[in-house]
Ligand binder design. Structure first.
Ligand code: UGY
Ligand code: MN
Length: 240
């Protein structure tokens, strides 16, 4: 049905919400039988890119000059010979390249970040499985579980976490911080406060939060809400 120009998507100076009805698909260089939905990019002030890749059977993409983090959403994606299924992920260091292929099709979210080097020459590719990670309760709240997908090591200049909120759980405070976020809702939903806007959000939505964007979330509904969260991390704010 025609939506008469209505959408929940909203683009503001210090944040945006993109809902699937407004996604635009285009292949990126190096992709075959695959297409990208670019969510976050320098064009709107982000210092990283984040996009969803939709692979047809036999689809491929390349890892480039930036560090690449890939998290499988649906189907399967093979990275350097290892087949990854949903909730499994891979990290590829800058300028290393990788063989990325989906034999039977799938979807993955990809984050690319130019490395702010400290002493990171030893970084090596790795893979992981989010379902095997032990949760940490945020601020002691057992209803809000954080899982850390990148090792706690200053060699890495970004973090990717999942945050799972039981129904009714909320962030304990309105956060305002120098780090920016890319956020993909993967399960459930709730209300996201971004600056002076309150947005209903649900699985499939993407949010970008710029530095110092006030942010708060409360989970609604009868099942947990979960999101995959990128942030720049482990570097002095003058190091850009
Ligand atoms: O890690 C974070 O900054 C996180 N608590 N922010 C968020 O969920 N919006
Ligand atoms: Mn935050």
């Amino acid at each position: 049905m025609h939506n008469l120009g209505h959408t929940r998507s909203s683009s503001q100076r210090d944040h945006f919400l993109l809902t699937p009805d407004t996604f635009v698909r285009a292949p990126l260089p190096g992709m075959t039988n695959a297409t990208a939905i670019v969510h976050a990019a320098p064009a709107h002030g982000a210092a990283f890119t984040e996009y969803t890749v939709e692979f047809e059977p036999g689809g491929t993409m390349q890892a480039g000059a930036a560090q690449t983090f890939l998290y499988v959403l649906d189907g399967s994606v093979n990275v350097n010979g290892q087949t990854l299924s949903p909730a499994q992920y891979a990290y590829i260091p800058a300028n290393r390249g990788a063989r990325i292929l989906s034999e039977s099709g799938g979807r993955a979210v990809v984050i690319e970040k130019p490395l702010l080097d400290l002493n990171s020459s030893t970084l090596e590719p790795f893979t992981g499985d989010e379902r095997t990670l032990a949760p940490r309760p945020l601020g002691g709240d057992e209803a809000l579980e954080v899982r850390t997908l990148i090792p706690p090591d200053f060699a890495f200049d970004f973090a990717v976490n999942t945050m799972t909120f039981l129904p009714g759980a909320t962030l304990p405070m309105v956060e305002i911080h120098v780090m920016e976020h890319g956020l993909l809702m993967v399960e459930g939903g709730g209300i996201y406060r971004l600056n002076d806007h309150w947005y209903p959000v649900t699985a499939g939505d993407f949010i970008w939060m710029g530095p110092y964007c006030p942010q708060w979330f409360g989970a609604l509904g009868k099942k947990p809400a979960k999101y995959l969260l990128y942030k720049d991390w482990n570097r002095h704010p003058l190091h850009r």
